[in-house]
Design a protein around this ligand. Structure first.
Ligand SMILES: NC(=O)C1=CN([C@@H]2O[C@H](COP(=O)(O)OP(=O)(O)OC[C@H]3O[C@@H](n4cnc5c(N)ncnc54)[C@H](OP(=O)(O)O)[C@@H]3O)[C@@H](O)[C@H]2O)C=CC1
Ligand SMILES: O=C(O)CCC(=O)C(=O)O
Length: 487
C-alpha cells in the first residue's frame, strides 16, 4: 500500500522505512479550509506505542547513518530534492488544499524546500571542526562535531514543507536520525515530503513520521528515552511545555515561537515600497507567519499619505480559494483560527481602535474559513491587538512623531522575531539596526521572507535564543567534541 493511492485517501505513518497504520486503527480527517465539505484525506491518529516504534527504529538506524560519510548522506538529500522538484505541483496543490495559502505561495514554498535539501546536501562536504593550537607542541588538538543521536521534530501547519525540511535536512546531514510529528492540519503535506525521502532510498529507520494529536502524543516526543533532542515551531504555550520536560531530562531543545513584528515607516521612506512590503509581509498567507507584519508604526508627516495608499491597495485584495487563479489571499487554516482572528477584531473594536477596512467574513465566501484583510488605526501600545500574536490578516497602524518614539514602540513587545524599517536616511538605518531588539532586522524589506542560508530565530519570547537554518543549524544538531592527540 502506498500513500499515493488516491482512492484510499488514507495516509499512513512512516516507521522503519514502511508505511504503517496506527495501532489505534483510528484516523483524523484533513479538510480543505477553502471548502469545509471537501475532505483532502485521512491521517493516522497515533498512540504512544506508535511513537515508541518510531523512536526505537530511529535509534537502531542512528549509528550506521552516522558512520556514512557526509557526502553519501548528502546524496540522499540531493535525490530527495530532485524527486520533490518533479512533484512540485502535486505537493503544492495538497498544501493549498490542506492549509489554504495560494497555489503560487505553496509552489514557492515547495521550491524553497528543494533548495533547503540541496543546501544541506552540500553541508556534508564542509568543515565540521577547527584545529586549535595546543600548548603542547607535540600534540594535535581539534574539535569535531558529532550528532545528538535521535531528534524529535514537532512542526506547525503554516509552512508545512519548508519547516519540516529546514529541521530534518540539517538533522540528517549531521548524522542524526529523526522522528517527526507534523501539525494535524497539514499531516498529508508532510507525508508527501516523507515520500520523497523514501523514494530517494533513505535507509530504513533514518526518517520516521508519526501523525496524530499533539495533545495525545506530543509529550512522548520529548519524554521518550530514545529522544536526544527536540526541535519545535509553534505556539509559546506548547513550546515552553516541551522545554520544561527537555530541561528535566537534560536533552537539547530548540524553540521557534511567536512574533508581533513591527514595521517602521519614516518620514523619508519610499512610501510605495513601504506600502507594498507592509501588505506582502502582513497579509500574504493570510498573516499566518511568525514573521508577519502586525504593527505598522508610521511617522506623522507621512501618516495620512501612507494610510491612503495602503487602504487603496488593501481594498483591491481578492480573497478566495487559493487554487483559483486571481486569488491573492486564501482562507485561514481552520475554523478555530478564524474564530481567534474574529475575536481579536472584536477585542480591537472594544479597546477603542478604529476599524478602517475589513473586519468581517466576506459575504460571498460562506464555504471556507475566510476573513477580510483588516486594518485598524488609533492603536495604542497597551491594546491587546498591539501586544498579542493574532496570526491573521490584521494590521494595526500606530502614529508617532519621532523615530526615537517609533523604536521605543517597536521594542515594546515581549516578542523579538523580525522587524523592518523603511527609510532613505543612512543614520536612521544604522540606529534601527543597532537598537532594534529582534533576531531579524530588515531595512527597506518586508518583515517576512527569510533566506535558508542565513540564521533564523528571535530574541525575547520568540525563540529559545538558538538559531535555525544556514550553518547555524549545526549548533543545535551537533555536540562539540574536543580531541587531543599526543603522538
Ligand atoms: N511560530 C509559528 O510559526 C507558529 C505559531 N503558531 C501560534 O500558535 C497559535 C496556535 O496554533 P496551533 O497550531 O494550535 O499551535 P501549536 O503550538 O498547538 O501546534 C504546533 C505543533 O505542536 C503540536 N502540539 C500541540 N500540542 C502539543 C503538546 N501538548 N505537546 C507537543 N506537541 C503539541 C501540534 O500538533 P497538533 O497539530 O496535532 O495539535 C503541532 O504539530 C497560532 O494562532 C499562532 O499564534 C502556530 C503555528 C506556527
Ligand atoms: O517568513 C518566512 O518565510 C518564514 C516564517 C516562519 O518561519 C514561520 O512563520 O514559522
Amino acid at each position: 500500500m502506498t500513500t499515493t493511492d488516491v482512492k484510499l485517501k488514507t495516509y499512513l505513518n512512516y516507521i522503519n522505512g514502511e508505511w504503517v497504520a496506527s495501532e489505534t486503527r483510528k484516523t483524523g480527517t484533513s479538510n480543505n479550509p477553502a471548502n469545509k465539505d471537501e475532505i483532502v484525506g485521512f491521517y493516522q491518529l497515533s498512540s504512544s506505542n506508535d511513537f515508541h516504534q518510531a523512536a526505537t527504529s530511529a535509534r537502531a538506524a542512528q549509528k550506521e547513518w552516522q558512520k556514512l560519510s557526509g557526502n553519501v548522506r548528502g546524496d540522499y538529500l540531493l535525490k530527495a530534492a530532485s524527486i520533490l522538484e518533479e512533484r512540485i505541483d502535486e505537493v503544492a496543490t495538497i498544501m493549498t488544499k490542506e492549509m489554504g495559502k495560494t497555489f503560487p505561495e505553496a509552489k514557492g514554498e515547495t521550491a524553497r524546500g528543494v533548495a533547503i535539501l540541496r543546501y544541506y546536501a552540500g553541508e556534508g562536504m564542509r568543515s565540521n571542526g577547527d584545529v586549535i593550537p595546543s600548548s603542547d607542541s607535540g600534540a594535535l588538538m581539534f574539535t569535531s562535531r558529532v550528532p545528538l543521536g535521535v531528534v524529535g521534530i514537532v512542526t506547525p501547519w503554516n509552512f508545512p514543507v519548508a519547516i519540516p525540511l529546514w529541521k530534518m535536512a540539517p538533522a540528517l546531514i549531521y548524522g542524526n536520525t529523526v522522528v517527526i510529528k507534523p501539525a494535524s492540519e497539514t499531516a498529508i503535506t508532510c507525508a508527501k515530503v516523507i515520500e520523497c525521502l523514501h523514494d530517494a532510498g533513505i535507509p530504513l529507520g533514518v526518517v520516521n513520521m508519526v501523525t496524530g494529536k499533539g495533545s495525545v502524543i506530543g509529550q512522548d516526543i520529548v519524554e521518550h528515552r530514545e529522544i536526544d533532542g527536540i526541535s519545535f515551531t509553534g505556539s509559546n504555550a506548547v513550546g515552553k511545555q516541551l522545554a520544561y520536560t527537555a530541561v528535566s531530562r537534560g536533552i537539547k531543545y530548540q524553540l521557534e515561537m511567536g512574533g508581533k513584528n513591527p514595521v517602521i515607516v519614516a518620514n523619508d521612506a519610499d512610501l510605495d515600497l513601504a506600502v507594498d512590503a507592509t501588505i506582502s509581509g502582513g497579509l500574504k498567507s493570510s498573516g499566518q507567519k511568525c514573521t508577519a507584519t502586525s504593527r505598522v508604526i508610521v511617522q506623522n508627516d507621512v501618516y495620512d499619505k501612507f494610510k491612503e495608499k495602503l487602504l487603496r491597495k488593501v481594498e483591491e485584495i481578492t480573497v478566495g480559494d487559493g487554487l483559483e487563479e486571481g486569488t491573492w489571499m486564501g482562507p485561514l487554516v481552520s475554523e478555530e483560527q478564524l474564530n481567534t482572528v474574529l475575536e481579536y477584531i472584536e477585542i480591537g473594536k472594544d479597546e477603542g481602535a478604529k476599524l478602517l477596512v475589513g473586519g468581517n467574513k466576506p459575504l460571498n465566501a460562506v464555504d471556507g474559513h475566510y476573513v477580510e484583510p483588516t486594518v485598524f488605526e488609533d492603536v495604542s501600545p497597551n491594546m491587546r491587538i498591539a501586544r498579542e500574536e493574532i496570526f491573521g490578516p490584521v494590521l494595526a497602524l500606530m502614529k508617532v512623531d519621532t523615530l526615537e518614539e517609533a523604536l521605543t514602540m517597536a521594542n515594546d513587545s515581549e516578542y523579538g522575531l523580525s522587524a523592518s524599517i523603511f527609510t532613505t536616511n543612512i543614520s536612521n538605518m544604522l540606529s534601527f539596526m543597532e537598537d532594534m531588539d529582534a533576531g531579524m532586522v530588515r531595512v527597506n524589506a518586508e518583515s517576512a521572507g527569510v533566506e535558508l542560508q542565513a540564521p533564523f530565530g528571535g530574541m525575547k519570547q520568540s525563540s529559545s535564543h538558538s538559531r535555525e537554518q544556514g550553518r547555524a543549524s549545526m549548533e543545535f544538531y551537533t555536540n562539540v567534541k574536543t580531541v587531543f592527540v599526543k603522538g
